[in-house]
Design a protein around this ligand. Structure first.
Ligand code: GLA
Length: 741
């Protein structure tokens, strides 16, 4: 069977053409094949002779009349690997001798742990299928949802498990979906990191065995991000080659297992992290998995990320304007944030003074960070007490907010709702509200504990204070922070056998609060921050308009982080502040122009202590913010081409974005440190209209040379953009815009 899948893939890859923006979901009664087409992608699976749901094809779009043969179980391998384990199932129960990663593992009340899921029935929906599987003997049902996006070919998959037995069952492992591939060699790409060092693109050849990417931390985590991309071949290419990618929409503990099985097939299984998992389903109850999105591109990692960015912008992010594939949120306001300038030392007068300077720069939104509430002088006290500190703000927040509005900006505020300092009124009143095991230590991190958001009373408290805050104050934006991971994750309100439900209910309640706030305060925008990029995933992005990728704002480090970030997420959500030099983390000194251009690759913000900026610095920032505003939509929502990667100590790096109708493009070029007098490489641009004429205008830095300012798209793409001889040195930056004539 694997052999047959491979030959279908070969057939299409040689005659691959873009087929356009239509989608279809068809079921062939005779062959029992389900087929989904969208964008340039076809996905197919079928019911095999045993009744299992078996994956058949995932790749470039097939001809409409092509018939995909009926699913046939894969062969067994001697007496050691049964056909049940060698067959690539869409959603395999653990039973019947399954040795690869199961999608679902349960224990029944009588101790039986065998689960074999067969096709039961299905319905066709507007964009896909709902397929019901049932255990061969028992009343356990799984509904698999498939929904194909017409434009991008991105397939959204999820599973709902339902217990119709007379007794409870315990779910020990539940995936959202399993994906299968088969070819000779693959390279796996995934994102790893740590606090202040997020978004490292890690690349490795797949070998027999399993590679586990996960978070056991209760939230998404800095250590790994729930995204993968698998490239055919062992030499990753930015713009060529087949890539299968996926992202899990879940902000709790998660796991993606990528395994090469005994017959060299690849299986990717992802969902709730099974570590310490146990979800009791009483008779009649259901458990719904997160959504696991999957996509395909024949144009390398660059093609894959362009598809994913577009999907995020057009279909996932909140506050979209427009319909269908044309929908998009507005580019983010350019913000000023007070954190690096004042840390906890915020006052009405100090913030007003910063707001005046921020307005002079042309900033759109003023955000006050940590320190405004409770008895918050440092990180030892106050979290949980969400009343305005009357020493720092004797008249409440109104005078500051009014001032910010009078200066022509809107107002944003920092909160960290899920946390509590033991030194707070809230903890003194409700010590039972934190995650803990009674009688065991409560481990603090940053002097704080995690409120057990799974508890209904905690959920109501958080919703209540946020609703009040937003009702009483004219707040346009919340920066929602989350500054530690879990420890001692007990939930002693529930019987011992049920306490592990905390892994699901905590995150569900977080989403429920965000959904309710959105309903009550539809205009309020949100940033997801977790000590930087610790909570970035497609789950939170249904509610969060933007994210804070890292507390590391060093402009040189950011180039690599931003490069890594964009493999999975659009620059639209990638907040990037310009902060002070020398930088607090690396002690590196860089020019303001370099810092501005590094941040302008994403959604620009200013986070420096601008009260100390001189006239020249103010004028430079003002000029570049104005230039950024003019081309922002192209930068953050256009097609992104990573022309030269900053990874692995590269001497140079460059990116380019092209807007939807190819009328505008923006290029960024950075020099780390010139060596041996080498000039900047000729930049062959991408994605322009070859026949159109484009005028090149420097936004900042080196001028181009060797060409007139206007040339055809063909010139810029084939001949390339040549930098001035003088574009040399350490930490140098240049930016250009190209506008169609
Ligand atoms: C986290 C965030 C920072 C800042 C501080 C405030 O570290 O990532 O940007 O908001 O908290 O305490």
């Amino acid at each position: 069977m694997l052999h047959r899948m491979f030959s279908i893939a070969l057939l299409v890859s040689s005659s691959f053409i873009a087929i356009g923006q239509s989608s279809s979901a068809t079921f062939d009664e005779g062959s029992k094949v389900f087929r989904l087409d969208g964008g340039d992608v076809t996905y197919a699976f079928g019911v095999n002779a045993r009744g299992e749901l078996q994956q058949l094809y995932w790749g470039g779009r097939l001809g409409a009349a092509d018939r995909i043969p009926q699913a046939a179980p894969a062969r067994e391998w001697a007496s050691f690997d049964s056909s049940y384990t060698t067959t690539p199932q869409e959603y395999a129960g653990w039973g019947a001798g399954l040795f690869v990663e199961p999608a679902l593992k349960v224990t029944f009340a009588d101790g039986n742990r065998d689960l074999v899921l067969h096709y039961d029935r299905h319905e066709t929906t507007s964009d896909g299928f709902n397929i019901v599987l049932k255990d061969i003997k028992r009343q356990v049902f799984v509904t698999l949802r498939y929904s194909m996006d017409a434009g991008s070919g991105i397939l959204a998959r999820s599973a709902t498990i339902e217990n119709k037995e007379a007794q409870p069952i315990t779910i020990e492992q539940a995936a959202a979906a399993a994906w299968a591939l088969s070819a000779a060699h693959y390279t796996l790409n995934y994102l790893t990191g740590r606090w202040a060092g997020e978004w490292t693109l890690t690349q490795e050849t797949l070998h027999p065995g399993a590679r586990v990417i996960e978070s056991r931390r209760g939230s998404t985590g800095h250590q790994a991000n729930p995204w993968f991309a698998i490239e055919a071949g062992d030499r990753p290419d930015e713009n060529a080659g087949e890539v299968w990618f996926g992202a899990l929409a879940w902000s709790g503990s998660w796991r993606i297992t990528v395994e090469q099985d005994q017959l060299d097939g690849i299986r990717v299984t992802g969902g709730f992290n099974p570590f310490d998992f146990g979800y009791v389903l009483h008779p009649g109850e259901k458990l719904e998995s997160p959504v696991f999105y999957g996509g395909y591109s024949a144009h390398g990692l660059g093609g894959a990320s362009r598809i994913l960015h577009h999907y995020e912008i057009a279909h996932l992010l909140p506050h979209r304007v427009g319909e269908g594939d044309e929908a998009a949120p507005k580019p983010r306001p350019v913000i000023y944030n007070s954190w690096e300038a004042t840390e906890f030392n915020v006052t009405e007068e100090g913030q007003k003074a910063l707001a005046e300077k921020a307005a002079e720069l042309g900033v759109d939104r003023f955000v006050m960070d940590d320190g405004w509430f409770g008895q918050r002088k440092n990180d030892h006290a106050g979290l949980g007490d969400w009343y305005v500190n009357s020493t720092k703000f004797p008249h409440g927040l109104k005078p500051l907010i009014d001032k910010v509005h009078a200066l022509g900006m809107d107002f944003g505020l920092w909160v960290e709702p899920e946390m509590v300092n033991p030194d707070s009124d809230l903890y003194r009143k409700h010590p039972e509200w934190v995650l803990n095991f009674p009688g065991r230590p409560r481990s603090e991190q940053r002097n704080q504990l995690v409120l057990n958001l799974a508890r209904p009373d905690v959920r109501e408290y958080i919703l209540g204070f946020l609703d009040k805050l937003l009702t009483e104050n004219d707040i346009a934006f919340l920066k929602w922070d989350y500054n530690r991971n879990w420890s001692e994750p007990g939930w002693d309100q529930l019987p011992p056998a049920e306490q592990k439900k905390v892994y699901v209910e905590f995150t569900r309640n977080l989403y429920a609060i965000l959904a309710e706030l959105k309903k009550r305060h539809p205009k309020v925008e949100l940033e997801s921050c977790s000590g930087g990029g610790g909570r970035v995933d497609l789950g939170i992005l249904q509610y969060a308009d933007e994210v804070w990728p890292s507390d590391n704002t060093d402009p040189f480090d950011r180039l690599t982080q931003q490069d890594g970030f964009t493999y999975a997420y659009t620059p639209q959500i990638m907040m990037a502040w310009v902060t002070d030099s020398p930088h607090w983390l690396n002690k590196r000194t860089t020019s303001l122009e370099y810092r501005m251009l590094s941040s302008m690759q994403g959604s620009l913000g200013i986070g420096a202590n601008i009260s100390k900026w001189n006239d020249v610095e103010m004028a430079t920032a003002k000029r570049l913010i104005a230039a950024y505003h003019q081309v922002q939509r192209t930068i953050v929502q256009g097609d992104l081409y990573r022309l030269i990667s900053p990874r692995n100590g590269s001497e140079f790096s460059a990116t380019q974005t092209v807007n939807g109708d190819k009328s505008q493009s923006v290029v960024f070029a950075f020099i780390h440190s010139t060596q041996e007098g080498r000039g900047f490489p000729l930049l062959k641009l991408e994605g322009l209209d070859a026949k159109a004429e484009y005028a090149l205008t420097p936004i900042e830095g080196a001028a181009a040379r060797g060409t007139s300012a206007t040339a055809s798209g063909a010139w810029w793409m084939n001949h390339g953009l040549e930098m001035s001889e003088n574009f040399k040195g350490d930490f140098q930056a240049a930016a250009f815009r190209l506008d169609r004539k």
